[in-house]
Design a protein around this ligand. Structure first.
Ligand SMILES: Cc1cc2nc3c(=O)[nH]c(=O)nc-3n(C[C@H](O)[C@H](O)[C@H](O)COP(=O)(O)O)c2cc1C
Length: 196
């Protein structure tokens, strides 16, 4: 076995990430959608989510202005639209229109979700942690819906048909991927040692 040493900033080369589309709306009423990989729930079973943002993002400006955003979980088939949303359009451009995304009315927040997504998390800003060149945005998931096309009646995602979009970075760019079932189901109870 030969070990390859990578520079520390190549973390995403070795850590697959989920890809979501964050939809927001500006104070002027322009709809925006942007792909996001640096996003994670804060522990289970809390309802908080955190995303890391560079400071020059229309998404960040809109969240600051309105306090609301929707985390859309796209299927892998949406990848071309995801890449259109990745372009640095100015804030006055409606990225739903540019990417041909169909808006889906949200239940409790103003920004629309994206039709055809696997799931929609309607979020409100709880806290922003601002650093010199990035911000961490903590949001509370206020309303959560999953597309029954991709889920059982209990809301468990069918990973095979949903194909949630994921990413692995390489030296030249992003490789898009999706998870497959590894054939091992682990009930939560398995983590707790039974007292005898
Ligand atoms: C797959 C993917 C994941 C991304 N993840 C992030 C991220 O986690 N944080 C971030 O600030 N930018 C991220 N970007 C870059 C933004 O999506 C991109 O700059 C986009 O144009 C921002 O749009 P906005 O200015 O409308 O918010 C990502 C881009 C891609 C393609």
């Amino acid at each position: 076995m030969k070990i390859i040493q990578l520079p520390p900033h190549k973390r995403e080369n070795v850590l697959p990430l989920p890809v979501v589309l964050i939809s927001t709306i500006s104070k002027a009423g322009i709809c925006n959608a942007a792909p996001w990989g640096n996003i994670t729930p804060i522990l289970r079973p809390l309802n908080l989510i955190v995303l890391a943002s560079w400071l020059r993002r229309d998404t960040l400006d809109n969240i600051r202005e309105t306090g609301e955003f929707v985390v859309n979980v796209p299927p892998a088939a949406m990848v071309e639209k995801v890449m259109i949303c990745a372009r640095n359009y100015p804030p006055e451009v409606d990225e739903f229109e540019k990417a041909g995304l169909v808006p889906r009315p949200s239940s409790v927040v103003a920004p629309p979700g994206i039709e055809g997504s696997i799931a929609w998390m309607e979020c409100r800003l709880v806290e922003e942690i601002l650093r010199e060149n990035y911000a961490l945005v903590i949001g509370q998931v206020e309303h959560l819906e999953v597309n029954d096309r991709y889920a059982t009646g209990e809301g468990d995602i069918d990973i095979e048909s949903a194909r949630p979009l994921c990413m692995v970075c390489g030296n030249g760019g992003i490789r898009y991927t999706y998870p497959v079932d590894a054939g091992r189901f682990a009930p939560f109870s398995e983590m707790f040692i039974k007292k005898s």
